[in-house]
Design a binder for this molecule. Structure first.
Ligand code: ATP
Length: 415
């Protein structure tokens, strides 16, 4: 079964708000067997909302809408849907009760705008909003379903989980879609494609393969659609088992694994401790490591040593190395990694020192030059990279590369 998602709001078209709602919804819907036919963003305009809804309902029977549901004058969705479905707008006692239950315990008096939110189209079922004041609207008219939810992401998610997904599940007779992600590292997309071509040619027609590249890594996604979950899972697992020996050295994880989560598992497995010493990545590397729940088991801490003085004082970097080779150098980054292991008493440490840009480059060391070192106790290895001239990308790519090198070193030493 397929459906459309319409996101409403001028801010989406101005690019001021990134539309995360439809991405989350599409993932959830997919996992529940729904195919998203189109995702469309429209501004706060009655004409555009009606036009988009009308066009959508030619192709699909279900449309999910987010945004523009609040009580202010720029929130048009509710009156527009009432007009579209030729419905009166009536006062709903239950909705007002819900709003009161939400506001009164917080000491907020109900104002005229809140009371306005208790007026909903007669022809819809109001959907409770446990996390905000605007109720959702579920219209089921002439074989078409149109659902309107608030734009605020956590309110929309609450409604989807509590009401919309369970109701939709009743409609699509348990059709399911299963995805399996195979995560690869250190092999460019084109070479990967060449390597797995014989395998790819023989995957069953029921399965679909996609290549999803991002800096330094390529995700392979296998998708199966059908009704029998066990059968689909078995079909996918069989193909993964055939693929694995072909690219085993490049696979670092599956599904929701990340480089940091995989590193975390390796460190835990071998009872190892980690620290970091960052310069150009400014704490981002540490952030990636601590994003993983339970990272405190293996991560001791990190030092963001931006200035030369701090590099010397907190990490014991040799001042002569700074004078002779500069902060962005093999000697300094290796001192930093060794210094972190000594300071934090850890087994592994990883250090970054580079020129993130846009200023600060030279002929010998252009913007994007980054040295990364990984130390195991008092042994250290390092490598130089150039990640180009975009500051944000430099920080991200340097951090990812630091994790890649760290993973490689742990595996070389312990697996
Ligand atoms: P309410 O009035 O109850 O807050 P609403 O339906 O009127 O809800 P909007 O005014 O459209 O919601 O948006 C509220 C906030 O939700 C926006 O400021 C924006 O930050 C966020 N938002 C809206 N649409 C999206 C979207 N598609 N993806 C991510 N965030 C969104």
């Amino acid at each position: 079964m397929r459906l459309n998602i319409i996101t409403i709001g001028d801010e989406l078209l101005y690019g001021q708000t990134i539309d995360t709602n439809s991405a989350w919804m599409a993932q959830e819907l997919n996992a529940n067997g729904w195919e998203v036919y189109e995702k469309i963003a429209v501004g706060d305009s009655k004409k555009n909302i009606i036009e988009t809804l009308t066009k959508s309902l030619v192709n699909v029977d279900v449309v999910l809408i987010t945004g523009g549901l609040g009580p202010t004058s720029d929130d048009l969705t509710m009156p527009v849907l009432a007009e579209y479905f030729n419905s009166k707008i009536i006062f709903n006692e239950d909705v007002l009760n819900d709003i009161s239950k939400m506001l009164i315990p917080r000491g907020i008096a109900i104002n005229e705008n809140n009371r306005k939110q208790a007026y909903v189209p007669e022809k819809c079922i109001p959907i409770r909003n446990k996390l905000g004041t605007a109720p959702g609207l579920w219209f089921s008219i002439d074989g078409k379903i149109v659902v309107s939810m608030p734009g605020v992401p956590h309110e929309m998610r609450g409604m989807m989980n509590d009401f919309v997904l369970p109701r939709l599940a009743e409609i699509n007779e348990n059709e399911i879609i299963i995805h399996k992600f195979i995560l690869t590292l250190g092999i460019p997309e084109a070479i990967l494609a060449e390597k797995i071509e014989p395998w790819e040619k023989n995957i069953p027609l029921k399965l679909n393969l996609a290549y999803l590249p991002s800096p330094g890594m390529v995700k392979l996604r296998l998708t199966a659609k059908g009704k029998n979950k066990n059968e689909l899972t078995e079909l996918i697992n069989k193909q993964v088992a055939l693929l694995k020996p072909i690219i085993n050295e490049y696979i670092f994880g599956y599904d929701n694994d990340t480089l940091s989560s995989v590193i975390g598992m390796l460190l835990k497995k071998h009872n190892l401790k980690l620290s970091v010493a960052e310069s150009c990545t400014g704490g981002y590397l540490s952030h990636l490591i601590t994003e993983i729940p339970g990272s405190s088991i293996y991560y001791e801490g990190g030092i963001v040593s931006y200035s030369n003085a701090i590099k010397v004082k907190t990490l014991g970097v040799n001042p002569l190395h700074l004078t002779n080779y500069g902060a962005v150098s093999q000697q300094v980054v290796e001192d930093m990694a060794l210094g972190a292991n000594a300071t934090f008493n850890t087994d592994f440490s990883v250090a970054t020192s580079g020129i993130a840009g846009p200023e600060g480059g030279s002929k010998e060391k252009p913007v994007g030059t980054v040295w990364i070192a990984v130390a195991y106790k008092s042994e250290v290895i390092s490598e130089k990279f150039n990640f180009g001239n975009n500051r944000e990308r430099n920080i991200i790519r340097a951090s990812n590369m630091a994790l890649m090198l760290l993973r490689k070193e742990i595996i070389t030493k312990f697996e």
